[in-house]
Design a protein. Sequence first.
Length: 491
Amino acid sequence: MIRMVLDTEIRKGQINKNIYGHFSEHLGRCIYGGIWVGKDSPIPNTDGIRNDVIEALKALKIPVLRWPGGCFADEYHWMDGIGPYEDRPSMINTHWGGVIENNHFGTHEFFRLCELIGAEPYICGNVGSGTVQEMQQWVEYITFDGKSPMADLRRANGREEPWKLKYFGVGNENWGCGGNMRPEYYADEYRRYATYVRNFGENRIYKIACGANAGDYRWTEVLMREAGNMMDGLSLHYYTVPGEWHSKGSAVDFDEGKWFDTLKKTLHMEELVTRHSAIMDQYDPEKRVGLIVDEWGTWYDVEPGTNPGFLYQQNTLRDALVAGINLNIFNNHCDRVKMANIAQTINVLQSVILTEGDRIVLTPTYHVFDMYKVHQDAELLSMYVENAEYRFGDEAIPQVSASASIDSEDRIHISICNLNHEDGAEIDCLVRDRENADVSGSILTAPVMNAHNTFDAPETIKPEAFSGASLKDSRLRVSLPPMSVVVLTIG
Ligand code: AHR
């Protein structure tokens, strides 16, 4: 029996809805084919953007979308992606598969996408191979209302009003593909570039500095020390990579060992967030600077027969657990984690959507985001968990992952994942201040750990109503099947 105590009196701050953010890069078939098909495509579209994708992403209530990369961002020159399509130069996407990038999806198309799906745009600027002037001009082009060369250029390209742009990243992975810099050097570059990322008119930019690769705590230390007062957010990238980088294994064909290893590595996010936050606390005890986990998710070997540079992978129940665990961790650290962006929205790494021609599939990860969206902007509740162990071989990890929140209508939502691949979990949770109330819920599970949706069988795994929970005399009893993600609503 796993015991929990949920205290509705102890509220631990707002779960920023941006924790449910996404990331879309010019990589493989994420943008081209996944989002953008062009205005003349036979695939139904609005201004070149797939209608089926708009509908699916809107339903998910994606709060924020990061673009254009990733590693692509530090090779992207935004002026190539504006103006008449026939005049936009083609370039080689050197980082991702060496394919031709025709720049048909650029600034105007990105803002249109965000408008159509109701997401805040989050643009990542080019520090690695771009200039300060180029970054300054991009912000001016997007946000300046008055008369200026860039605002006039925007108008000449058909957009009279400036857009609102809140989130701007000053470079991506500048410790690696973004220029192989040392933290001391990048901190100075950040200070220089960020100076020219200006607030025009009423537009206020939340500047995000490139943060650490996984457990590189020195990077966070140096950045906070040297540039903390000039940033609003500091990023963190951590991918769940089972096995080793050179043999990560298949997204679909895996055994219990790989299941366990994947979930164990996902739980490492807890340590990363805790330790990076502790360093940030030393320089920013008021928690003004947000920790922005703007790349996370699973990374497996690509699907057989696909371009290795396209990072296309299937998505199973295992990915649903990875999503559920990570989102619980971010919720529970909402005092510092102000945004997170899963990599990547469509057809790349841990996607919520897969497409093939005019067909579309919603993945198990999509369903987890859909179930968890009740936490967006709700208040985190204090929850004590006396966990059981999930043992495999001579290793052990906690059996369940959970988080709970209360929304503006006083409804409590609890998300719980049972990581164990063969044992169910019995939970006895004391809910302070709720004696008897209706409990409803949904569950995502399947009889096999690699259950996934395909274009021919798109509904193999999808959420079902959950009837395994009841609340009586303040005791919430939950019976979780093995390998499951459950979201409960009380009240
Ligand atoms: O998401 C794929 C890549 O992973 C991104 O381009 C890069 O930032 C990271 O290394």
